[in-house]
Design a protein around this ligand. Structure first.
Ligand SMILES: NC(=O)CC[C@H](N)C(=O)O
Length: 370
């Protein structure tokens, strides 16, 4: 099946289609991870995006039962250089092609993914769409692509519509689901925490009725400014001084709630080896990342937020802590899935914050080195 990727600047990449025959459009981004394609394509933060994997051979270990980051992948497409149709791994339950067919995700293989990635790095992320079969009416298709709305409410698409409980015996964490990855829920449950997941548009009153020991603001797709309903809720939780932990989109929302600002990066950070510097110690941690927006460093001066971490590659904001409340956040993914587990201790930091009874102890917890 011949399939073409048409970009909004008119560039075309023609290769072979695999997965679903359903042609979709989306923002074309790239991920540099060498492994983890199953986690990447099922990460809800990719809702509305077409992901290019820069590692050249994808699909060789198939698809297994445990590496899903959500039940229904929301990614709009997958682009690989070489697609492996015959996987070999003892945990494999099927092929990538079969998964993409069932989940209605179009795939494109056999194109120069390095060229596409260099184009995105140079000009920034672009919208693109797949066209299966022979090309016709390209001008018209291009116009449609350029005019197609980009501001769908992706968070509403991937968030849970009703709260659900994952009972356990430890402290109670309310997770606000902007598109939460299973890896985050797994890390909380693994530590015995009593998890209640609530929809993205939850009010602070509803959260407080659950009597939480802590609140976690999850990762999620799109522009943080598309979720304004989160801000009064976050401020009310801060007001109560309930321990708060923001991850990725949750981190950006914490910054916006505190009066900071966010901006779109040219091509974002997506991969499994992004070095992050802890400001206080200079210590470098290797992190998993997947984001296209970032908190503007200059906007922090008028807030009560302290810069705790920055990216080694481009010095963008990677971590924040509130100066007076029990709140902190990171732009990267401490649950990894996929990626290195170096930052996993942040879940313990959050747990300590919930368990510490005195203010001084809480301050100590915030200083836990990772
Ligand atoms: N993984 C995430 O939570 C991504 C956050 C946001 N959608 C961004 O792209 O910056």
């Amino acid at each position: 099946m011949k399939r073409t990727l048409l970009l909004e600047d008119g560039t075309m990449f023609t290769g072979s289609g695999f997965g679903s025959e359903y042609d979709r459009a989306g923002e074309v981004v790239f991920n540099t991870g060498m492994t983890g394609y199953q986690e990447i394509l099922s990460d809800p933060s990719y809702c509305g995006q077409i992901v290019t994997l820069t590692y050249p051979l994808i699909g060789n270990y198939g698809v297994n039962r445990k590496d899903f980051e959500s039940i229904s992948p929301a990614v709009h497409g997958l682009i690989v250089h070489e697609h492996c149709p015959l996987p070999s791994h003892h945990e494999s339950m099927g092929t990538l092609d079969e998964l993409l067919k069932v989940k209605q995700i179009p795939g494109l293989s056999g194109i120069d993914t390095r060229k596409l990635t260099r184009l995105i790095r140079r000009y920034g992320t672009l919208r693109g769409k797949f066209i299966t079969g022979e090309l016709s009416n390209i001008e018209e298709q291009l116009q449609q692509l350029q005019q197609s709305a980009t501001n769908h409410h992706h968070v509403a698409t991937v968030s849970t519509s009703t709260p659900y409980h994952m009972p356990n015996t430890g402290k109670r964490v309310v997770v606000v689901d902007y598109g939460v990855k299973s890896g985050i829920l797994r890390e909380l449950s693994k530590r015995g925490l009593d998890v209640i997941v609530v929809p993205y548009n939850v009010t602070a009153e509803s959260i407080l009725l659950l009597n939480p020991d802590g609140v976690l603001l999850s990762n999620g797709p799109g522009d943080p400014k598309d979720v304004p309903e989160a801000l009064p809720m976050i401020n009310a939780i801060l007001e109560q001084n309930i321990p708060l932990f923001g991850i990725c989109l949750g981190h950006q929302l914490l910054a916006l709630a505190c009066g900071g600002n966010t901006e779109k990066l040219t091509f974002g950070h997506r991969g499994s080896n992004h070095p992050v510097r802890e400001i206080a110690t200079g210590k470098i941690t290797m992190t998993a990342q997947n984001h296209g927006y970032a908190v503007r460093k200059e906007s922090l001066s008028t807030t009560e937020l302290l810069l705790t971490h920055e990216a080694v590659n481009d010095e963008t904001v990677e971590g924040l802590a509130h100066k007076t409340k029990r709140a902190f956040s990171v732009q990267y993914h401490p649950e990894a899935s996929p990626g290195p587990m170096d930052a996993n201790l942040l879940f313990e930091q959050f747990q300590s914050l919930m368990e510490a009874e005195k203010r001084e102890e809480n301050e100590q917890c915030l200083n836990v080195q990772i």
